[in-house]
Design a protein around this ligand. Structure first.
Ligand code: ADP
Length: 494
């Protein structure tokens, strides 16, 4: 297997979809272009699957769930997912090159998008193997005499997984592997901009594992209708989705007629409350770095920085210095930590938001345009906006770019109120010298998760989910596994 170091450059992924155990093209023969965001060049094609292809995939998943032992054979599932882990390991450098090709993710920071999810396959296999699927809930008094109750955890059924383009391989794994290990069958619909991270997963399943036909299917498509068809198909029991809040609402509505269980991880506009006793020299460079490493294309990014008025200028200076020196450039070159935005559309969206913020009265401290030394590729300068009005568009809308909006505040109460002034509630951050005070502030943030002093809340062993319009349900932790299980209580004689 070639490594990124000795064979740098784009790599076209396998373009075939996986439906009912067969790697295949769509019947219509249609395909769509895949563009490398660092060169702006078309580097290959993906299969443009149709609503009919999706219907076949869902039919295959339904049959595999209803007519095979997959949902009941835990040992076999453990065997298959262990094989999948090993196969991903063998294909690791290929998956990395596909990721860099599709997303423009810098090789230097690709570990969290390749090594981490591969490790998580092993985690879910082990977690699922040792989970107690039958729990004796004791004897309960009822008007008709005592009844013993047992809780039997069972697979939900057919799961439709719809994923976005920002961390495609990671999210393809995060949305499907716990579902499979819990005994569900799955149809994966990857995002339009990152089809190969999905089709390569399908190829690996088909060629290197014993996962039976129909248990795992991948349908790539350039049309939103194909995702919509998955989310409205009555044969699908559950949808798991990561993406924008607008699409999340559409998915909830599409599933409503058949009351689908829906797991949603949506947008965010997370706030970082920097308390006045914080160590700026450790916390603020990290905050600036987090805004840039994935070109800001991260849902949990704390993109609003709340600085205390009595240390405001000092804080802005630290952020500015870090952003102006940030290593941005070709994602294949080791050392670069910020690559391009994924597309020109995305870059224009980011720059449009920045321009409108300045028109609305924000102060542009640095950035706000295209780096002069990077005329090719969808690069965006790390951008710092100060004096941002907490009600303005830039403080309320998710940017998905390397942009920080700084908002001044006076008291801790005021900071909490500004942080909570959002339709989103995905995550948040607090920095402070007095840990009790920082913790107290963290508990008042209406978000699913909070990081204190850079110590990340995010990891496979702890539940992760959003409040308000940032989501429904949890990924990771025991909670994340149970999302893919139905708890059936069985009452029986003592
Ligand atoms: P973005 O707007 O940044 O592309 P989205 O949230 O729209 O992000 O997309 C995330 C995923 O949702 C993609 O796989 C996309 O194809 C899919 N998608 C988009 N619209 C719909 C829809 N109406 N129903 C189901 N899936 C959809």
């Amino acid at each position: 297997m070639t490594s990124v170091q000795d064979d740098t450059g784009v790599l076209a992924g396998d373009e075939r979809m996986l439906i009912d155990g067969e790697l295949q093209h769509t019947g219509s023969g249609a395909s769509f272009d895949v563009v490398h965001p660092a060169s702006e060049q078309i580097v290959g094609q993906a299969v443009d699957g149709t609503v009919d292809d999706m219907a076949r995939a869902v039919g295959a998943a339904r049959r595999a769930f209803d007519e095979t032992d997959w949902s009941r054979d835990l040992d076999f599932r453990y065997h298959c997912l262990t094989q999948l882990h090993d196969a991903f390991e063998r294909n690791k450098e290929r998956l990395r090159r596909v990721l860099i090709t599709e997303v423009g993710c810098p090789v230097t920071v690709s570990g969290s998008q390749i090594e981490s999810p591969i490790e998580e396959v092993k985690h879910w296999a082990d977690h699922g193997k040792h989970f107690e699927y039958l729990v004796d809930n004791g004897v309960h008094d009822t008007p008709l005499g005592p009844a013993r109750r047992k809780i039997h955890y069972e697979a939900v059924g057919v799961v439709g997984a719809i994923t976005p383009w920002n961390v495609p391989f990671y999210l393809n794994v995060a949305e499907t592997v716990p579902a499979l290990m819990a005994g569900n069958t799955v149809v994966l619909k990857p995002a339009q901009l990152t089809p190969w991270s999905g089709s390569e997963y399908g190829r690996i399943v088909a060629e290197e594992t014993d996962i039976p036909p129909g248990v795992f299917n991948v349908v790539t498509s350039n049309a939103n209708e194909v995702g919509a068809a998955l989310s409205s198909d009555p044969r699908v029991d559950m949808i798991t989705f990561t993406g924008s809040t607008a699409t999340g609402r559409a998915i909830l509505a599409a599933g409503a007629p058949t009351v689908k269980k829906t797991l949603l991880e949506l947008g965010g506009k997370s706030a970082h409350i920097v308390l006045d006793d914080a160590d700026f020299s450790s916390t603020l460079p990290l905050a600036a770095m987090m805004a840039c490493v994935m070109s800001g294309q991260s849902c949990i990014l704390p993109s609003r920085i709340l600085l205390p008025r009595n240390r405001y200028d000092e804080g802005i200076e630290v952020l500015k210095t870090m952003m102006e020196g940030f290593p941005i450039g070709d994602p294949w070159t080791p050392g670069n930590m910020q690559g391009p935005q994924i597309s020109e559309t995305q870059r224009q969206k980011v720059l449009g938001l920045v321009n409108r913020a300045v028109e609305a009265g924000a102060r542009l401290v640095t950035g706000g345009g295209v780096p002069e030394h990077l005329p090719v590729g969808y690069y965006t300068q790390p951008t710092l906006l100060a004096d941002v009005d907490p009600d303005s568009e830039i403080a309320q809308e998710e940017v998905f770019g390397p942009v920080l909006a700084v908002i001044p505040y006076g008291t801790d109460d005021e900071a909490v109120a500004i942080a909570n002034n959002s339709i989103y509630g995905l995550s948040g951050e607090v920095s402070g010298g007095d840990l009790d005070r920082a913790f107290a502030v963290a508990t008042r943030m209406r978000t699913g998760n909070v990081t204190i002093n850079g110590k990340s809340h995010f990891g496979i062993g702890s539940p992760f989910g959003g409040t308000k319009q940032s989501g429904l349900g949890y990924r990771n932790g025991d909670e994340g596994h149970k999302e893919y299980l139905a708890a059936k209580t069985i009452g029986m004689p003592e």
